[in-house]
Design a protein around this ligand. Structure first.
Ligand SMILES: [Zn+2]
Length: 127
């Protein structure tokens, strides 16, 4: 039986545990990636400080820091998707409240906006 309520959970409530475990898995992967980058950054910084800078890749600490920052943001995105899942707003566009296509969610479960709104924002930026 399908409820005609357009504000029903999208994706269907029955699918939410599967989305949760998928997101939790991604969260764990992203946390691991962030931890590895943070450790690599510290190592790179230490060898930099040891006077090995002459031979070391001097851009490495900066590059690792940028990657760690991106990894932290990605981890935050997954945390927010998990929060939306708990709040019942997962899979719903934050701008127009329309349903986000399942294919979009599968490609990027952290997606916040539907394709129409994303396309609209690009048009706004281009204009
Ligand atoms: Zn939208």
């Amino acid at each position: 039986m399908t409820a005609p309520d357009t504000l029903a959970a999208v994706p269907p409530r029955a699918a939410l545990p599967a989305w949760r475990s998928l997101l939790e898995e991604r969260w764990q992967q992203r946390l691991n990636a962030l931890t590895e980058l943070a450790l690599a950054y510290h190592d790179a910084q230490e060898s930099f400080g040891d006077g090995l800078a002459g031979t070391a890749d001097t851009a490495r600490p900066q590059r690792l820091l940028r990657q760690a920052t991106a990894a932290r943001r990605a981890l935050g995105d997954t945390e927010e998707a998990l929060a939306r899942l708990s709040a019942g707003s997962f899979g719903r566009c934050e701008q127009c409240a329309g349903a986000i296509a399942a294919t979009e969610l599968l490609a990027e479960p952290e997606t916040r906006y539907c394709t129409e709104c994303v396309a609209g924002s690009w048009v706004a930026l281009a204009g």
